[in-house]
Design a binder for this molecule. Structure first.
Ligand code: F6R
Length: 603
């Protein structure tokens, strides 16, 4: 939710900030802006409610004093204040001396604004963040020192923040973080700060993650403080983005690329984890205590992945399990000895972080399953498992769902083997079964790419879509409805197929698209018949002979009691492709759906 970046380089800051903002745009794209120190010691600021390309053109047209190598940039997901240029970051103080970029929410902004206005400050925008620049201005008048001023200002804030403040007069830059992610790094290229390592990965090999309360002067040598006192700098972490290419590799959008990457991603993860499953070493390496039940916790697609993993614990090892919507989990009562698995691709989702803070864990333990090993979630959990999906740029989660499920199921099998709930031979057979997944995914991609395009014209004008499944298929129906909503902006709901006749069947009329995940439960036939009797357009995702014959049932004999008990994982592929193709037919931006952001760092 909002991306921030800062640099001090020998070369001009503008092109770097623009490139970094393009890479951070997934965090929000309501507006973008930069503030760059000029060689005259003034501030050059440019903002737009269009995309970063517009900002780039505005900077190209800059005709003021030459721009230096020191600047800050921001890409916004609006929370407080409308999407307007004046509400876009960076925000300056009254004297245009200090500019700030901020990610997070200042909860006491209204009270601070009133106090600041009483002492003569004039606000230019409606946003909560602007109080920060005026607070720093006020403190700077007292101490004359930017580092102290940022420290004093942040001590007056309630809420969450990742901030970089730039003083045009001195060229000093100070970063502060609390409950919002911020990384700092230097290299031969210069000094950098960013919300996400991907934005600066081309320039740095390692970085330091700021913790709650940290204030860091972005000087030649970083100066770390907390509450005004010097503090120890955190260890350096290696960037796992070095060498990662950001290109589309011939695809028209990142979503297409990331869908296509799923078989290879799955194969890589399974190859790495398979040797650690049956001997229990994957579980043992997590150093977590024994458990009697499992609870998964997350939001959106990560929660759906968690539900599949919970199903696997139940289906494969008879472990009682439950799932918690993170934003509603704070008051959940944990049974003793529960293994809580918090899933988050970004590891920065505020609802998840709040839930794990509020949960009374008692004798339970907390495992993070994330794609971001240095994230706040990874640092706060008792143990962390990286799902290693690699960078996912499209806002809609695709390959990270597959990576989370495979990693989580591998961990579940390893835990069940280690705790003797299943024997090693069974665990080995299950591991062999996991090895079929890359082929199943590849088959699903090929089948979907053939079957889905001819369907789109027929269903594109529908105003609502239903997704049905039974048993292990229900969670995939949920994921299909979520993908379709977020990408096409059309209503979509999911139901356990047997529940349809208890109410939602009233929604079905001639032509209503009803997507059915047919994972082999024979009872689904009567549910399909009920829809067809009302003229509904059934799109069956199943084996050979289905509308979309994408499921591995068509590849050969399914393993009894194998992945089909918690699967069918490959059914997510036609659901992703259906949502994408429909969205493209409706003229939507599939990589940046409206109103959304990839990393949701506000509650
Ligand atoms: C859906 C989607 C969101 C995220 C959710 C959680 O395609 O991307 O529903 O899954 O915002 O995000 P993370 O996994 O970063 O916690």
């Amino acid at each position: 939710m909002c991306g921030i970046v800062a640099c001090r380089m020998d070369e001009a800051a503008g092109p770097f900030l623009i490139d970094a903002l393009k890479l951070l745009e997934y965090r929000g794209y309501d507006s973008a802006g930069v503030a760059i120190r000029t060689v005259d010691g003034t501030m050059a600021s440019s903002r737009t409610t269009n995309r970063v390309e517009t900002l780039e053109r505005q900077l190209d047209d800059w005709s003021g004093p030459a721009l230096s190598g020191t600047g800050i940039g921001h890409t916004r997901w609006a929370t407080h204040g409308a999407v307007t240029e004046t509400n876009a970051h960076p925000h300056a103080d009254c004297r245009q001396r200090v500019s700030i970029v901020h990610n997070g929410i200042i909860e006491n902004a209204d009270a601070l604004r009133r106090q600041l206005e009483q002492t003569g400050h004039v606000f230019a925008s409606e946003v909560d963040s602007e109080v920060v620049s005026h607070l720093i201005e006020e403190e700077l008048l007292i101490t004359g020192d930017l580092h102290s001023a940022v420290t004093a200002a942040t001590l007056r804030l309630h809420g969450s923040w990742a901030i970089v403040a730039l003083d045009a007069e001195t060229g000093r830059m100070v970063a502060a973080a609390h409950r919002s992610p911020l990384l700092v790094a230097h290299s031969a290229k210069g000094v950098f700060a960013a919300s996400d390592i991907n934005a600066i990965a081309e320039f740095v090999d390692e970085f330091q993650a700021m913790s709650d309360g940290d204030v860091v002067e972005l000087a030649e040598e970083f100066v770390w403080t907390r509450s005004g006192a010097h503090s120890a700098a955190p260890a350096y972490a290696a960037s796992n983005w070095s060498g990662v290419t950001h290109g589309l590799a011939g695809h028209s959008d990142y979503m297409s690329k990331e869908i296509a990457e799923q078989p290879e991603t799955a194969a890589r993860i399974i190859d790495r984890l398979a040797p650690m499953i049956a001997d229990g070493s994957l579980w043992a390496g997590l150093n977590l205590p024994p458990f009697e039940r499992v609870a998964v916790l997350g939001c959106g697609t990560s929660l759906n992945a968690g539900r599949v993993i919970a199903n696997a614990f139940g289906a494969l090892g008879d472990v009682p399990n439950s799932s918690l919507i993170a934003s509603e989990a704070s008051s959940a009562i944990m049974d003793p000895r529960t293994l809580v698995i918090a899933l988050s691709q970004s590891g920065e989702t505020a609802d998840v972080l709040r839930a794990i803070d509020d949960l009374d864990l008692g004798t339970s333990s907390l495992m993070a399953l994330t794609n971001s090993e240095h994230s706040t979630l990874a640092r706060r959990a008792d143990s962390m498992l990286n799902c290693n999906a690699g960078p996912e740029i499209g806002v809609a989660a695709t390959k990270t769902f597959v990576a989370q499920v495979i990693t989580g199921v591998a961990m579940a099998l390893s835990a069940l083997a280690a705790t003797r709930r299943i024997d090693r031979d069974y665990a080995r057979r299950q591991t062999d079964d996991l090895r079929r997944i890359p082929d199943l995914l590849a088959h699903a991609i090929a089948a979907s790419q053939k079957a889905i395009p001819p369907l789109i014209e027929e269903i594109r004008d529908a105003q609502g879509y239903l997704f049905l499944g039974r048993g292990a298929g229900v969670v995939y129906a949920a994921e299909g409805a979520l993908k379709l909503k977020e990408l096409s902006y059309r209503w979509a709901e999911h139901y356990p197929a047997g529940e349809l006749k208890h109410g939602p069947l009233a929604l079905v009329e001639a032509g209503t698209p009803v997507v059915v995940i047919d994972s082999g439960d024979r009872r689904i036939e009567s549910n399909i018949a009920e829809v067809e009797a009302r003229g509904g357009r059934v799109i069956r995702i199943g084996g050979a002979g289905s509308t979309i014959p994408a499921l591995g049932l068509s590849l050969g004999t399914p393993m009894p009691g194998g992945i089909d008990r918690w699967g069918p994982l490959e059914s997510v592929v036609p659901l992703q492709i259906l949502a994408r193709d429909l969205a493209l037919a409706l003229g939507r931006d599939v990589d940046k759906p409206r109103n959304l952001a990839k990393s949701v760092t506000v509650e």
